[in-house]
Design a protein around this ligand. Sequence first.
Ligand code: 5GP
Length: 193
Amino acid sequence: MEDYKAIVISGPSGVGKTTIYKQILKEYSKDISFSISATTRKIRDGEEDGKDYHFLSIEEFKQLIDKDDFIEWECVHNNYYGTLKSEIYRIWKMGKHCLLDIDVKGGLNIKEIFEDKSFLVFIAPPSMAELEMRLRNRGTCVGEALQRRLDNAAKEMEQKHVYDTILINENVTIAVVELKKQIKEYIAQSTIE
Ligand code: 5GP
């Protein structure tokens, strides 16, 4: 399992990171698999338990913390989120690299643990005003929830320079091409053609 790597994708809510990495996962499905995090947040329309997240109660999540089953976990937007050790090993055992969609704190923890076996990608909006507009257009969060996401985004943006690479999502097609190129270079020793 020595050659397998962890690719971390972080970036503020509304930046479009899911759209970007889903295309990467689709194209590189033979070599990269998504690390399904555990969370205590409520399931959203269109999400599937065990596919998007392992949806757990707070009690269940805390039991896993006590059992030391997480590589990293954080409280994000008032909910718990964490990467299970078993999830990373499951992917590596399949002979694939894993891709994690986690927040900046989680990303930095992964870097500390996996060092050069991890590649940290920060996806940034062209501007904070553009991010706010995208979040408002989504219509899924308003008022306090919107403000919480914007405050969190500002904090994450301040830390983006510690990431291995920063990708500005001005145009999703260009961002995908660029990310594919960088990931390919990073895992150059792998089977990706
Ligand atoms: P959402 O609720 O919108 O799916 O995710 C909210 C935030 O939690 C996002 O920034 C996402 O990257 C982060 N997140 C999701 N899973 C994990 C995880 O396992 N660990 C950490 N640290 N953050 C996560």
